[in-house]
Design a protein around this ligand. Structure first.
Ligand SMILES: [Zn+2]
Length: 266
């Protein structure tokens, strides 16, 4: 199915967060918006892809499926058939194929705006545009369950909205989700080429085991010559191997969040 992406011109992007905006976001980490006291008795790992590049939907999906993993793909509808940050992005067929293969299609906004200082109507217009885009491909009953903040940027207002609209919202603050998790600002462990090492990986896996925590890995493109923000196939394979050797359960973000919520009811 061919879809013509449209631009949300009424929501032009902002410059990257300056030091003050970054400090404000860091402060928000001390105030949990949607606290969930985890009663997990064993750790969980999720794999996710943001934006997302064509290679994540092809090379990345093959690696996931060969390992029997359902991953989470955070979809930015306006990226369809486009280049984003000089990387070729998904097309409509990728969305249908990934969904049919049992991966989670999640929301990463339509226009990939920085969510600082936005009004409720701006945010809702963008979210509904992304949902309309996904429903054209996946049917009128399709709903997103999970969200990831574009560029990891938010303010108290947008975090509150995302906490209400989605089961979870994920930022880019690094760490293992444990004890009291903020379902409106989940932490993540990037599998990015620019910072990856086996020691880095092992540190987070050991922490997840020790705390019965939840690691959400995220990356972008998957290629031998991947971007700084992407993964080589070797990185992904090494991460999967380490998780399997540690016998940690692998669930997509929606499944993991649902399991954590269900454990809270026990
Ligand atoms: Zn993004």
């Amino acid at each position: 199915m061919q879809l013509e992406p449209t631009n949300l011109s009424e929501m032009p992007n902002l410059p990257p967060a300056n030091a003050i905006a970054r400090a404000k976001m860091a402060m928000l980490n001390f105030f949990t918006e949607k606290p969930i006291a985890s009663k997990l008795k064993s750790p969980i790992v999720s794999f996710s892809f943001d934006d997302f590049p064509k290679s994540a939907a092809t090379i990345g999906a093959k690696i996931m499926q060969d390992a029997g993993i359902s991953a989470t793909y955070y979809l930015t509808g306006s990226n369809c058939q486009k280049n984003f940050e000089n990387i070729a992005q998904f097309d409509a067929e990728d969305i249908e194929r990934l969904h049919d293969a049992g991966h989670e299609i999640a929301c990463h906004s339509y226009a990939h705006p920085r969510l600082r200082g936005r009004t409720q109507s701006e945010i809702e217009a963008d979210l509904s545009q992304n949902l309309v885009f996904a429903q054209k491909l996946l049917g009128p009953d399709f709903q997103f369950q999970s969200f990831a903040y574009p560029y990891g940027e938010f303010d108290a207002f947008s975090r509150k909205i995302m906490g209400k609209k989605f089961q979870t919202a994920r930022g880019v603050y690094r760490g293992v989700n444990k004890t009291v998790m903020d379902f409106a600002n989940l932490k993540t462990v990037p599998l990015e080429n620019r910072r990856y090492s086996k020691q880095y990986l092992d540190k987070y896996i050991e922490e997840a085991i020790r705390t019965n925590g939840w690691i959400i890995f995220f990356t972008h493109d998957v290629a031998e010559d991947c971007s700084d923000y992407g993964s080589t196939t070797a990185i992904l394979l090494e991460a999967i191997e380490a998780v399997k050797v540690a016998d940690i359960e692998i669930l997509n973000v929606n499944e993991a969040a649902s399991k954590i919520m269900a454990a809270c009811q026990l």
